[in-house]
Write a protein that binds this ligand. Structure first.
Ligand code: 5RP
Length: 227
């Protein structure tokens, strides 16, 4: 069977041009974009990249993609990243892979932000996927209590029976808010809590969403509203 994530990544790579600074996302869909970009670099494509996680940096370096930092550039020409959910207005839930803060910093300075997903991630309203929230370790019990007051049962993310630690040294709590009818409002409320670093709602960030399916087709959704 054709891999829908791979299909979306192959299409996204067509937007990368010689000389660009490219933001590289994190996760199993972004993985394919990094693979394809690496193959093009081997063929002579001249790009420099900013990685959104340690995992992506290691992967990209292994493929021969030159990695730079924000000390070397103040902008990114194009970023290709995955998402956990995409709604009808191209609002996103991200952070399933735990890289949401670096991903959001990269998104903020990207002139063109492409999201690649398999088509099952397209939803009418966000909220089936639990919203990841990155919080400081210090006082996390208090921060979680404040999140609870917003009407969720925050669950501390675990991996292999250990608390998951982000690349920034913080915790992630996964929060169900039911259907999220007002993503910008919820985003503001969560980020207003002291101890929250950021949450996985990406509001008005995506310029283009490329959804692949397992027949090899892509569907392209473009932003209508101004950023
Ligand atoms: C990582 C992310 C990922 O882009 C998101 O979780 C999607 O991952 P995948 O492509 O593996 O389904 O936000 O923080």
């Amino acid at each position: 069977m054709i891999n829908a994530k791979q299909v979306a990544a192959a299409k996204a790579i067509e937007y990368i041009q010689n000389g660009m600074v490219v933001g590289l996302g994190t996760g199993s869909t972004a993985y394919w974009a990094i693979e394809y970009a690496g193959a093009k670099v081997k063929e002579g494509l001249d790009i420099r990249a900013i990685a959104t996680s340690v995992q992506t940096e290691t992967l990209a370096k292994g493929m021969g993609i030159p990695i730079i930092s924000f000390a070397d550039t103040d902008h990114i020409d194009i970023t290709i990243d995955g998402a956990d959910e995409v709604d009808a207005h191209l609002q996103l839930i991200k952070g399933g892979g735990g890289a949401l803060v670096r991903e959001k910093i990269v998104a903020a300075v990207s002139n063109f932000y492409i999201i690649i997903v398999d088509e099952t991630k397209l939803v009418t309203t966000l909220g089936k996927f639990k919203l990841p929230v990155e919080i400081l370790r210090f006082g996390h019990e208090i921060t979680m209590r404040h999140l609870k007051e917003l009407g969720t049962e925050p669950g501390l993310r675990m991996t292999d029976n250990k608390i998951f630690i982000t690349d920034n040294g913080n915790y992630i709590v996964d929060c169900s808010f039911g259907m999220i009818t007002d993503p910008p409002g919820l985003h503001e409320k969560i980020n207003g809590i002291t101890g929250v670093v950021d949450n996985g709602l990406f509001i008005n960030k995506a310029d283009l969403v490329i959804a692949g399916d397992d027949k090899g087709n892509t569907r392209i959704l473009k932003r209508e509203l101004k950023k």
